[in-house]
Write a protein of this length. Sequence first.
Length: 348
Amino acid sequence: MQVIKISMVKKKIQNNQKFVILLICSLFFIAAMIVLSIFIGAEKSITFKDFINALFNYNDENFNETIIRNIRIPRIIADIMVGACLAVAGAIMQGTTKNPMADSGIMGISSGSVFSIIIIMVFFPNISRLGRIGFSCLGALVVTLLIYTVAFIGRKGLSSDRMVLSGMAISTLFSSVTTAVVLKTGQSGEMMKYMAGSAANTIWLDIYVSLPFFIVSIVISIAISRSLTILNLGDEVSKGLGGNVTLIKTLSTIVVLVLSAIAVVIIGPVGYVGLMVPHIVRHICGTDYRYVIPSCALLGAAFVLFVDFIAKNIMPGFEFPIGLLITIIGVPFFIFASRRTDENTFNG
């Protein structure tokens, strides 16, 4: 017994150290990507003086200062927010469903948000940014309820595997309907670009409206992180330790819906971030959600910043949609992770 306790203490110390190292590395990487994203892009003549003036002595007639202040900085903030949103939402979904393959994109939640946004863009183009977030959350909620309903049908009842399969099927359905709506309207160019996932059109208003919801959701995620760790051991264990399972699952669902909706409103549908980042974090820091949530937020932000930087610069004269680029990275990871999960060798 004493040997087991010593081993557990050593493992906890190691996880603490890995957690701190991961946070520091993520922060340094984010800082480096911010600098690169500000100074490197389609406009090659950005100088340090332009950057300082854009922050403290802004002249809206100066092209470079306008590029920095109204295009690059909002885009950087959007990348950070979306990366954190998707990674934290994925981590929470994997914890509450006890399925390491859960992700807002794979499960179909994002498809409901995208469908709602496309409907708004077609029929209510003048609706406010706040209204878009509300409709995005509503679409995500409708799809979530559909997923639970479809997954629950049958003699075997609800299971995490059935939820993932139901989510993928419903996601395909909503994506097809959304594409049909876009093609029918004759406004397919801009909408298809949005559906591919892009931060290119982010404006300050998107940030101002989304930021309060983002902050509150991340704070709630951190606040319930200890309960999520216990919940991951099983509902009965959580109840035995005095946890309110219904409350934690309800809060978790609300947080996931809001975070997913924010990401869709700002950039559009971006999948696999919520799958890849939590897997990597748990592999490094363990399954304690007090470590997982903040680590996912920072690593997710760093990852999306990096991918968006590559998307902007990989092909001169053409901007690769960030959603497509992440999908190219995410699909092989999904196959790899699913094989590892089947073999019970991946710590999910």
